[in-house]
Write a protein that binds this ligand. Structure first.
Ligand code: NAD
Length: 373
């Protein structure tokens, strides 16, 4: 019944050398573990926002066992037509931004996956919840903690689930390091370093527009170091310090951060030192250091394959398309009440938003900001 989950656990629980798996091999491995093909419930998904990441998720879902793309919400009629043809979507499952509240009358859609610019997540999530559908929302869940709290409240009131697209929470090498840390293999955790960044291009894109992005690199890519610091150390930070540098005030306008360095302090004494930037490439690295050992990942949060090693050697878990695993696992969470190893719910998203708020606050005040998550 839960063979998909068992497969993930087998992947994460073993250091046996396995080659990179093709999608076919992955599915075959899954079938091998499962004597019978999957005949359980399917999570029927509508994607809102048919941009670059929405397209990546749709493509990855072709290989899902428990989740299926059945509809879309888009403001561009030509995209809807193209997606209908490509993914064989029923006309009645396709909506625009004016009429998607009608999704409440559609019994063939279980969940809406919101993949629009950051500042639009909140209102969309609240409308979807009011329509009685579960919500999966891309990161950052919203652009500040207050909005995140409103989203959580709306989903609670509507009795629907709210999940955040934290694909790394299902990634095999990441989960192996978390297992090792939980089993004490690194000893007491002393230090985490997270480097997250890339050199951003087109100055006119929404990611550099405060109204749509809510901020700059921190909202988009720095959040991986915030989130990573938490799942790698296994603790919630109790203080934040942060410093901002800006080399191009024309490209990175007021409220759009270019580069931020930040530090997090954890109750067990560990410290995290992180960099979030839109100005440098080749920055995708995590390093965790404990009294008895270390883990290193580079790349640590890209689309993969993720590379990682620890004091015990290289991690050789096979690469599987992150979004395929994520959507199958989220189907288990929504339909069967399964609990992921690292949470992906609204509360988890809210913690990152609270830390992000504190980082901006620490920059503004030039002081350490205390946190209670
Ligand atoms: P994108 O620009 O490629 O796509 C955004 C989509 O939103 C477009 O289809 C656009 O038409 C639509 N949209 C709807 N209303 C809009 C408006 N008012 N202004 C602009 N566009 C509007 O962006 P993307 O890279 O797909 O990012 C979308 C979301 O996904 C962001 O929140 C981002 O942080 C997240 N994302 C997550 C990952 C991940 O690995 N989890 C990766 C990339 C992006």
């Amino acid at each position: 019944m839960n063979s998909r989950r068992n497969f993930l656990q087998k992947l994460t629980g073993s250091l046996v050398a396995l080659p990179l798996l093709s999608k076919q091999d992955y599915l075959k491995s899954f079938e091998d573990l499962n004597d019978e093909p999957y005949d359980g419930p399917l999570l029927r998904v509508a994607i809102m926002g048919l941009g670059s990441y929405g397209t990546r998720v749709a493509e990855a879902m072709k290989d899902c066992t428990k989740a299926k793309l059945v509809g879309v919400i888009s403001g561009t009629p030509s995209k809807i037509t193209a997606w209908q043809a490509k993914y064989n979507l029923a006309e009645k499952n396709c909506y625009n931004y004016e009429n998607y509240d009608n999704i409440k009358n559609n019994p063939d859609i279980d969940v809406v996956y919101i993949i629009t610019p950051n500042a639009l997540h909140k209102d969309a999530a609240i409308r979807v919840a009011r329509a009685g559908k579960h919500v999966i929302c891309e990161k950052p869940m919203s652009i500040n903690a207050k909005d995140g709290e409103e989203m959580i409240a709306a989903c609670k009131k509507a009795n629907v689930k709210l999940l955040v697209g934290y694909r790394m929470h299902f990634e095999a090498k990441t989960l192996e390091i978390i297992r090792m840390r939980k089993d004490g293999e690194f000893g007491r955790i002393l230090f985490f370093q997270g480097l997250s960044g890339f050199r951003i291009g087109d100055p006119k894109q929404w990611r550099l527009n405060k109204e749509l992005a809510g901020g700059g690199a921190m909202m988009d890519i720095g959040i991986y170091s915030i989130n990573g610091a938490r799942y790698m150390t296994g603790e919630e930070p109790i203080w934040v310090t942060a410093q901002e540098t800006k080399t191009d005030k024309e490209k990175f306008k007021e409220g759009v951060d270019e580069t931020i360095q930040f530090q997090l302090g954890f109750p067990g004494g560990a410290v995290a030192s992180c960099l979030s930037t839109y100005s440098m490439n080749n920055l995708d690295r995590f390093f965790l250091n404990g009294e008895k050992g270390f883990a290193e990942m580079q790349p640590s949060t890209g689309y993969g394959p993720i590379k990682g090693k620890t004091h015990k050697g290289e991690l050789t878990h096979p690469h599987v398309t992150h979004q395929t695993v994520q959507m199958d696992e989220m189907a288990g969470i929504i339909l069967e009440g399964q609990q992921p190893i690292v949470p992906v719910d609204g509360e988890e998203g809210l913690k990152d938003l609270k830390i992000m708020d504190a980082i901006y606050e620490a920059i503004k005040r030039g002081k350490k900001v205390n946190l209670s998550l």
